[in-house]
Design a protein around this ligand. Structure first.
Ligand SMILES: [Zn+2]
Length: 332
């Protein structure tokens, strides 16, 4: 049950989403309307699956397809992320909000079954059982805790959550927090996308990874990249992932992440199944047309995402860094 894979040197994509409709019996649901339904259909198609799968055995097919992609990529493993439900700050679940729920049990089970998967659990710190659930997930092999503060309604600087962050710090369990705007999942409170909200967990000693390095997702979102970079100077326990940054909307600061003061804090994540489109890397003159064509043609999106970043100048250290930050159970 323990991951032998604690070994450093493992190449890890630390930001990959599990998607579930409950077909595996582990719970979980997906509820798509309007633009989100169109986008989900597009994502499913690029996995080589038919959109009808959204109503079929989505859990099984998705996990199997992902496993094949990991095995035929440069990666040894991916962190497979659960997705918590929206809660009010008093701990009440808001079943009326949110577009999906991927339970912790599903990713914990998949990680037990396949060494290619590492469990990224998701817990709203306002839950009355938040610390109990955290302890249970750590016991069962969680390597990090993921949340989307603006979509799940989590003000990470709310003092009521301090004991939860302190427990995470004791466990050495990193927090992967979405930062910056979001367009694939509905936003509940846009102000919570600000990386400055992560000060409290950072001060509690939690290793925090700001997903997307706090970059903007759409033309009208605030851009928090400069806030994140100044916080990197202040907090040695703050990192950033470059997930979803080979895209039409979020690539603006990707080359900026190569700056010498930032690059030791960068981790590779793809944000799979978010589409990987390198067109703007070429249009900006960051890569030549030959490389753009060659890489965009790669059918494996995990590999395509990494190869674009490699062509920009990222080194394998961004693939291996996660292995030294994630919480691996001690191998006895
Ligand atoms: Zn994501």
């Amino acid at each position: 049950m323990l991951k032998e894979a604690a070994a450093s040197g493992q190449k890890i994509d630390m930001h990959v989403h599990m998607v579930a409709n409950g077909s595996s019996g582990a719970g979980g649901w997906i509820r798509l309307k309007g633009w989100h339904r169109v986008l989900a259909g597009f994502m499913v198609r690029q996995l080589g699956l038919h959109p009808r799968i959204l109503e079929g055995d989505l859990d099984g097919f998705y996990a199997q397809r992902l496993l094949e992609l990991v095995r035929s990529s440069s990666f040894d493993a991916v962190v497979l992320l659960a997705h918590e439900r929206v809660h009010d700050p008093d701990g009440k679940v808001r079943e009326d909000l949110g577009s999906m729920y991927v339970p912790n049990d599903l990713v914990l089970r998949l990680a037990r079954e396949h060494p290619e998967f590492l469990a990224g659990v998701s817990i709203h710190p306002a839950r009355r059982d938040a610390i109990t659930e955290l302890e249970r997930c750590v016991q069962e092999g969680a390597v990090l805790m993921k949340c989307l503060p603006n979509c799940q309604n989590i003000d990470c600087s709310d003092r009521r959550y301090q004991p939860f962050w302190e427990r995470m710090a004791e466990f050495g369990l990193p927090l992967l927090a979405h930062t910056g705007g979001e367009h694939t999942v509905p936003v509940v409170n846009a102000a919570l996308a600000d990386p400055k909200k992560l000060r409290l967990p950072l001060e509690c000693g939690v290793t925090v990874i700001a997903a997307h390095c706090a970059t903007r997702s759409g033309a009208f979102d605030p851009d928090y990249f400069a806030d994140w970079t100044s916080m990197v100077g202040e907090f040695p326990n703050l990192y950033g992932d470059i997930s979803a940054m080979v895209s039409l909307n979020r690539c603006g600061h990707l080359r900026g992440c190569l700056r010498p003061e930032l690059s030791p804090r960068i981790l590779q994540g793809s944000d799979f199944p978010v589409p990987v489109l390198g067109h703007r890397l070429w249009l900006r003159g960051w890569i030549n047309h030959h490389d753009f064509r060659r890489i965009q043609k790669l059918s494996n999106p995990l590999e395509r995402d990494w190869r674009f970043k490699e062509a920009l100048g990222f080194g394998t250290d961004v693939l291996t860094r996660a292995a030294s930050l994630l919480r691996f159970p001690e191998v006895s």
